[in-house]
Design a protein around this ligand. Structure first.
Ligand SMILES: [Zn+2]
Length: 485
């Protein structure tokens, strides 16, 4: 049985059919301006799940640990389309005229894997590409290479009458969530980014870490307010009753719904409050900030010398990414027009940077539990005819491969269920490796059409930009006028 983790090698005939179809339907390569939207069903709901820093081996290692095999993973069980995705950013090379960095050179990278250590994207530019369909420079949040403000998928959702939500296991204004709902020249301007996400983006759901009064272990402590938009904003948001008019730097912002009615945030912090989102008649708008600062669990202190997943007990009373995901779905599904939801396993990347195999697996398990919950939601409350689910990554982190060096792609070695596979981290940074992409539901065939590149190891691959382009096409170019301010 073929493993669901390795993208099967698509044979040349399939590739030729792909290319032919692409040429017939689109007439030009690249962004398909004249795409006939009748070719693909337009989904009511689109759910994009991003394992930040998740490469093929992060996924494989987690399946080896969980089951001792990767032969029957959730994606093959549910018959997902299985593609690869190129993540490289745009980069200003040689002055005024922007050119992309090395891109992804399949032949060169296959011959010399060490080549993948160069030209990697950061999460800001990757999120911007995933959310707007445009490659940009590292560090950007929603800003293009010429300084232009880019239209994102949250704009597309709202402009078409849908709801929009963002859920993450790291701070709400960290690079990946930010790329979907803010615009800033630098991802480091967390306070301004959070203000945009909370006050301007018209999000219906925003959940993630960054609590200003709790540390990384969930202990009460005065921390930075920047991830929630600054002290002034946070204290107004927390006032009772919840305000729909916010004053910030002498500027007044009204939080209104489409009908012009007050639409204040309901702030929730305890895991019991997150669990209550699963009940009937959930609130219309939720800002969920669990009582922890950096991540839900990954950044907690290490107990003595624990090396295995869950050996250091989890912080109590912190919702999992999975619980937040289910809560977000119950809130967003109230809109009869549908919704866009981005769910990020953000701390997979943090574990990758720290080369923590045990915590990478913990974070991957929570992410995969969230994937399962989304699939269950689609099958129980929606259908694959009206919902498109895309599960992918923004880049690989840690250059995770088998032992033996980086002169070749040595496979990681399965040590059986409950054991961390034999593997090696070769970097503490992002790499330019292709990442996995799984898709199922209405419109998935458009993603397949975009995958017109071929890699000897991972098969057909598309660009990170093709995901937002797919959504824009499927949602029939709604009126964005005034969306990107
Ligand atoms: Zn990173």
């Amino acid at each position: 049985m073929r493993s669901c983790i390795r993208t099967p090698i698509v044979n040349n005939i399939s590739m030729k059919i792909f290319t032919l179809l692409f040429l017939i339907v689109l007439s030009t390569k690249g962004f398909p301006q004249h795409f006939d939207s009748k070719v693909a069903e337009s989904p009511k709901n689109i759910i994009l799940m991003i394992g930040d820093g998740m490469g093929y081996n992060h996924l494989l290692a987690t399946y080896y640990y969980l089951y001792g095999t990767a032969d029957s993973c959730v994606f093959s069980k549910h018959d997902f389309t299985n593609l690869a995705q190129a993540t490289y950013p745009a980069q200003l090379v040689g002055g005024e005229i922007p050119t992309w960095s090395q891109g992804y050179n399949t032949g060169k990278n296959h011959k010399n894997p060490a080549n993948l250590l160069k030209g990697a994207t950061c999460s800001g530019s990757a999120a911007t590409a995933l959310a707007t369909g445009k490659k940009t420079y590292n560090g950007s949040i929603g800003i293009g290479i010429f300084g232009d403000t880019l239209v994102n998928l949250v704009h597309a959702a709202k402009a078409s009458g849908r709801s929009a939500g963002i859920v993450t296991s790291v701070q709400i204004s960290h690079a990946t969530p930010a790329g979907f709902a803010a615009h800033n020249k630098s991802r480091s301007n967390y306070e301004n980014i959070a203000q945009q996400m909370i006050l301007k983006a018209s999000l219906d759901v925003l959940m993630g870490a960054g609590h200003p009064h709790y540390d990384n272990n969930g202990q009460a402590k005065n921390m930075s307010y920047r991830f929630v938009g600054g002290k002034e904003l946070w204290s107004q948001l927390k006032s009772n009753p919840a305000p729909h008019i916010i004053y910030l730097d002498d500027h007044k912002t009204k939080l209104l719904n489409k009908k012009g009615q007050p639409n204040p945030w309901l702030i929730i912090e305890d895991s019991t409050a997150f669990a209550m989102l699963l009940e009937d008649n959930p609130p219309q708008r939720v800002l969920g900030i669990p009582k922890v600062h950096g991540t839900l669990q990954q950044a907690r202190s290490v107990n003595k010398k624990s090396t295995m997943p869950f050996e250091t007990p989890y912080i109590s009373d912190i919702p999992s990414l999975d619980l937040m995901t289910r809560g977000a779905l119950n809130v967003l599904q109230q809109n009869a027009n549908g919704f866009f939801l981005m769910i990020e396993g953000g701390a997979i990347d943090w574990a990758g940077h720290s080369n923590q195999s045990d915590r990478m697996i913990e974070e991957m398990i929570d992410f995969l539990e969230s994937v399962k919950s989304v699939i269950e939601w689609v099958e129980d409350y929606s259908s694959w005819d009206e919902t498109l689910l895309i599960v992918t990554s923004d880049h690989e982190c840690g250059f995770l491969w088998g032992e033996g060096g980086i002169t070749a792609h040595f496979p990681i070695v399965n040590m059986g269920k409950g054991h961390i596979p034999k593997m090696q981290w070769y970097s503490t940074n992002h790499t330019n490796a292709l990442v996995p992409l799984f898709a199922k539901g209405a419109g998935q065939e458009l993603l397949e059409l975009f995958a017109d590149n071929y890699d000897p190891q991972h098969g057909a691959f598309l660009q990170n930009t093709n995901i937002a382009q797919t959504v824009f096409l499927l949602w029939c170019k709604p009126d964005y006028s005034g969306a990107a301010k």
